[in-house]
Design a protein. Structure first.
Length: 405
């Protein structure tokens, strides 16, 4: 966890700055940023029971963020849309569209941000956050966005010196990735009551080391504590060894409205990335306790063995990951990268089965030239269930983005 971010503005890939006029400069107008992204996504997955989820959607987003008014207050908004091009009614479940394979358009972000000081900010309204267990999880047509208030800032040295980042807030509702309505955070977690989430965290970084923790509580629903430490070790002129360790604890709280009874569980993990410039190799391991499966209703799962299809966070599940990535820039193909990973899960008890997952990923995002702003990504995953006839899941995705610049 490199940072605590409870109030980041619009996604960087959506933004660029309006030209500055030398005369009569009004920062509220001339510091405004706007942008747009066009996205096409094809998803096709068959499941263990032979059912299939399939859809092809076209959409994207339009973003606007003003400059500061009186050097203190600015506003932002982002609208998202996902329109079904191919959406068979009997192949629902891709999360590219609303349930029932319905298209949607939504004003997913509409917020204000107040600058109290150079390094202390507050935000209110509907926006995207970037925290473990509370983030956009932008892996379909639009991200999760949230309704709430937050306060965040930083202190300490700039550059590679010691620095603290911190934040806290209250989030009442979430717009899920494939939805156009904001619902209570507790309902998205699985409890039909009206509860939000209190979140707070801090991160300390100094040169090649960082450590941080975040805390979340939805009253009567769930409490989550997450911590992570990272270290970076230079290897020669171009190499680097990156080491990480994480721990997450989840438990019921208050009236236990999520499951109707008490529960407590945790997961820990370790990871190492050996970056040699063009090639990079990764090993990772996670272990989940016997109390219950881990949950992530408001985010992508932050575990080191989270993969394209499975998160390997079920009760008693242990998982080992091996990954190899290559950047083809040195061979004349700038912007072309590929990786393959294998994860083997174990420790799950009957009636569930242990699983393996293999992922292949090819992405091209030219950094300059006429196609700058374009990215094309091909993804394939195969999940094999060990036992009961060894059934498979096949998951194929094509994602094409264009960021207007």
């Amino acid at each position: 966890m490199d940072q605590i971010d409870l109030g980041s503005g619009l996604p960087g890939h959506l933004l660029f700055v309006l030209p500055e006029k030398p005369e009569d400069r009004n920062s509220f107008i001339h510091d405004s940023r706007y942008g747009a992204q066009l996205r096409s996504f094809y998803f096709n997955q068959d499941k263990y029971d032979k059912a299939r989820s399939e859809a092809w959607a076209l959409g994207g987003s339009i973003a606007l963020q003003s400059g500061y008014l009186a050097d203190r207050l600015r506003f932002g908004a982002v609208a998202y849309t996902s329109q079904g091009l191919r959406a068979p009614k009997d192949r629902d479940g891709t999360l590219l569209l609303k349930p029932g394979q319905e298209s949607y358009t939504v004003l997913g972000q509409a917020y204000g941000e107040f600058r109290f000081a150079d390094a202390l900010y507050g935000a209110f309204g509907r926006k995207e956050y970037s925290l473990p267990y509370l983030n956009g999880n932008d892996s379909r047509m639009s991200p999760n966005t949230f309704e709430g208030i937050s306060l965040y800032g930083k202190s300490g040295a700039t550059g590679n010196g010691a620095q603290w980042r911190y934040g806290g807030g209250y989030v009442s509702k979430i717009k899920p990735r494939n939805g156009d309505d904001f619902v209570w955070m507790s309902k998205e977690a699985g409890a039909d009551v009206k509860r939000g989430v209190i979140a707070a965290g801090a991160n300390f970084a100094n040169r090649d080391f960082s450590i941080g923790a975040t805390y979340y509580q939805s009253p009567d629903i769930i409490t989550i504590v997450y911590s992570e430490a990272k270290a970076f070790l230079p290897l020669g002129k171009t190499g680097e060894l990156r080491l990480g360790a994480q721990y997450a604890n989840q438990s019921s709280t208050g009236d236990n409205l999520l499951t109707g009874k008490e529960f407590s569980t945790h997961q820990w993990g370790i990871k190492g990335d050996l970056d040699l410039g063009a090639p990079m190799f990764t090993l990772g391991y996670t272990a989940t306790a016997s109390g219950a499966a881990m949950r992530n209703p408001w985010s992508a799962y932050p575990g080191y063995t989270d993969a394209q299809v499975k998160s390997f966070n079920r009760t008693r599940e242990n998982a080992f990951l091996a990954r190899a990535e290559y950047d083809f820039a040195g061979l004349g193909a700038r912007g072309l990268t590929a990786y393959a990973l294998v994860i083997r899960g174990s420790g799950v008890k009957a009636p569930s089965f242990n699983e393996n997952e293999v992922d292949l990923d090819l992405q091209w995002a030219p950094p300059d030239g006429a196609l700058r702003g374009t990215s094309i990504r091909l993804r394939y995953a195969n999940v094999k269930q060990r036992g009961a006839g060894d059934p498979h899941v096949n998951d194929f995705r094509i994602i094409m983005n264009y960021d207007f610049q």
